[in-house]
Ligand binder design. Structure first.
Ligand SMILES: Nc1ncnc2c1ncn2[C@@H]1O[C@H](COP(=O)(O)OP(=O)(O)OP(=O)(O)O)[C@@H](O)[C@H]1O
Ligand SMILES: [Mg+2]
Length: 337
């Protein structure tokens, strides 16, 4: 069964073709990084216009890469939220048109659900139930996942997402956009213990996160140095900031594993591409004996292959969307009790 998946929730236009929900025949991502860089963040109106420009040529390119004819595509899966409304509308309208013209089912996918299902694109697949930590540009959340499309929220960020904090700190230091990858590269040459930074909500008895206080601590540290006319130790600051984010994510997640007594952990979302995060979780898994499922970095950042995994599960269940399918900016996930 061949399925075409697309993703336009943010600033990546992405298409993939999957066979039987797991074999990736093509996976293409057109990033808009260049376009938004000079603004130091995503400009929603520019993002949707760019999606319009890229969507059709990228669809053709994906079919060609996969050696597939449009007539061989049996269903179309699309992200309809959460994300930027204008960007989502472009992808969803495209998918509706394709579904209508080709008379194939339309499958609506939640972007966060798709992020953790990226783990199924790897050879070693997680067994249910598992815990999923989604760390991305807009989300930092822990889920108990009972089945592909059935999952419960244990906790999430109360303010900034981890990726957002990376991006804001990078902007503050004038390092460029998007910040995660840049900070993580500079951090490699710094001492993660050199600058004391807070670990927000670390000892609270819940699974919520907060990263805006950490960002403010970085702001104050930089202000203090500037006032004294001292240089900013960029490498050390990046390393210390990254270490603080990673420590909070690891500690909270380990606590959730122990409380739920779940043995399998999936980590996904753009920040899951972070080397320090991957290394610390790998070490913890070895030490504590849980199994870790880390999708390769290109399946962590936004892509359509992960949307295809979720879409395929909807197709199997006959959960088809109608042409009245709407988009949404935020997800409401059921709570873990
Ligand atoms: N190596 C890295 N280290 C830390 N952060 C990273 C790294 N690579 C990417 N990121 C961060 O990941 C985020 C992008 O991830 P992703 O594409 O999943 O997010 P998004 O789609 O914008 O948000 P969401 O999935 O919540 O809608 C950015 O904030 C970016 O800075
Ligand atoms: Mg994302």
């Amino acid at each position: 069964m061949k399925l075409l998946a697309l993703e336009t929730s943010c600033d990546e236009t992405a298409f993939a073709i999957l066979e039987d929900g797991e074999r990736v025949l093509a996976n293409l991502v057109a990033s808009q990084e260049e376009l938004h860089r000079r603004y130091g963040g995503i400009v929603p109106e520019l993002a949707s216009r760019k999606h319009m420009e890229l969507i059709l040529p990228l669809a053709y390119e994906t079919l060609e890469k996969a050696g597939t004819l449009l007539t061989q595509i049996e269903a179309v899966a699309v992200t309809n939220g959460p994300g930027l409304i204008g960007s989502l509308v472009i992808g969803v309208s495209f998918a509706k048109a394709l579904s209508f013209a080709q008379k194939i089912p339309l499958l609506a996918v939640d972007h966060i659900n798709a992020h953790f299902l990226a783990a199924f694109l790897e050879e070693k697949k997680p067994p249910f139930p598992f815990l999923a930590l989604v760390v991305s540009g807009g989300h930092t959340a822990l889920f108990l996942v009972e089945d592909y499309l059935k999952f419960y929220l244990l906790g999430q960020t109360r303010d900034d997402a981890a990726g957002e904090a990376f991006d804001k700190v990078a902007k503050l230091l004038g390092l460029g956009y998007p910040g995660g990858r840049i900070i993580s590269r500079l951090a490699e040459k710094g001492d993660p213990q050199s600058i004391p930074l807070p670990r927000p909500l670390l000892d609270k008895e819940n699974f919520d996160f907060s990263f805006s206080g950490l960002k403010t601590a970085v702001v104050n540290f930089v202000k203090g140095l500037k006032k004294k006319g001292l240089p900013i130790p960029v490498h050390d600051l990046c390393a210390s900031f990254e270490a603080a984010v990673v420590e909070v994510l690891v500690t909270k997640t380990l606590k959730a594993l122990s409380v739920t007594r779940v043995q399998d952990l999936v980590i996904a979302g753009g920040v899951a591409a972070n080397k320090r995060l991957r290394k610390e979780f790998q070490e913890a898994a070895q030490k504590m004996g849980f199994r870790l499922f880390l999708p390769r970095p290109e399946f962590c950042t936004d892509n359509a292959a992960m949307v295809g995994v979720a879409g395929y599960q909807k197709w199997l269940r006959g959960e088809f969307a109608g042409l009245d399918l709407d988009v949404y900016a935020r997800s409401q996930f059921p709570r873990y009790k």
